[in-house]
Design a protein around this ligand. Structure first.
Ligand SMILES: [Zn+2]
Length: 340
């Protein structure tokens, strides 16, 4: 992750702009091909700078970014699949790439997506402890990265323990981002708080609580009263769990060979539909699977502003994508389908 998350936003530039000063003439980025009498880098002698060298010496934060061989790590395995060029990435490689994105969450708007200044203002109002940055992914999703895992957990848990934030009147549901993020399938991984009632007092310890939390999922944090041991009747832990299956309601504490049953009381766990892979309803009431009638369309009177809001935030100038990007035809019948 980049160091300055809050300032991580940069204007998009896909090339084609004029080369900045300092770039030797006629080898500018995106410009016309060099004419025949201008030697290309590959044809030059060793004493002459290569084109890559020249590009490297004249960094242009607005322009395209050249591949720098020294910074390239060998990755992937080139192969073919059905005679089509294919590249295989291992699990370890994918994990490394994903880790570089840090604590990341996807926000999903089921209906209309607000303009960037609205989103920025709403996120600023949450008053996270440390930095964060966000971007549009497409016409329904935003991608939010946090420097701090506590901010991440707070955002993922949602206000009042429900993973839905409201930006103006637009509900935005939040999901843990993972490498298998799919715009059409919602992640079943949610951060849920649970209470361990009557937990032995000596287990109110960060390491012990983390070990217990790992039995349940991926432990994220404990509440302040647990950390400070100011409320000894129960310990409260926030754990990432897979809500597509029922979490453990009890665990065994084996303390020096003496086993006791420890109850685990979960806060409200959102329903997850395994049929359409969406959070918010169970499979037996899934209208996408034809099990119930489709609810009426909601009507939002607030339309995201199309005017530019310079100075409104780090993502100034970037407007909400209004069109569904062409990232596949998998829901070709979605024109009149109420998204969920
Ligand atoms: Zn469903």
């Amino acid at each position: 992750m980049e160091g300055t998350l809050r300032n991580g936003s940069r204007p998009r530039n896909d090339g084609g702009t004029k080369a900045d000063n300092g770039v030797p003439p006629k080898v500018g980025e995106g410009g016309p091909l060099p004419s025949a009498n201008i030697p290309l880098a590959g044809r030059q002698s060793n004493q002459t700078k290569s084109m890559a060298d020249m590009v490297r010496e004249t960094p242009n934060p607005e322009g395209p970014q050249a591949f720098v061989p020294e910074n390239i790590q060998s990755m992937g395995y080139a192969t073919t699949s059905n005679k089509i060029p294919a590249i295989y990435f291992s699990g370890a490689e994918i994990q490394k790439l994903a880790t570089s994105l840090g604590h990341a969450i996807v926000g999903k708007f089921s209906h209309s997506i607000p303009a960037s200044h609205q989103i920025q203002k709403a996120l600023d109002n949450i008053k996270f402890c440390r930095g964060f940055s966000w971007r549009y992914i497409n016409a329904k999703h935003i991608f939010v990265q946090f420097e701090d895992i506590t901010d991440y957990a707070r955002f993922l848990s949602g206000p009042k323990g429900t993973p839905i934030w409201y930006i103006d009147r637009h509900p935005m549901r939040v999901f843990k981002w993972s490498p298998d993020f799919d715009a059409y399938c919602e992640s079943p991984i949610a951060a849920i708080w649970c209470n361990l009632i009557g937990l032995p007092i000596h287990l109110f310890d960060q390491s012990a609580l983390f070990a217990i939390g790992k039995l349940l999922g991926t432990p994220i944090q404990v509440d302040r009263a647990t950390a400070n041991k100011t409320r000894l009747s129960f310990a409260r832990i926030c754990v990432e769990i897979d809500i597509s299956k029922p979490p453990p309601e009890e665990i065994i504490l084996d303390i020096c060979g003496r086993e006791t049953v420890q109850q685990v009381r979960w806060d409200k766990i959102p329903s997850y539909c395994r049929d359409c892979k969406h959070v918010g309803h169970k499979s037996d009431v899934c209208y996408a699977a034809g099990k119930t009638d489709r609810p009426p369309k909601r009507n939002y009177s607030v339309i995201p502003s199309k005017q530019s809001h310079r100075g409104a935030g780090e993502n100034q100038g970037e407007q909400a994508p209004q069109k569904q990007p062409q990232y596949g035809e998998r829901r070709s019948t979605s024109t009149n389908v109420e998204p969920r």
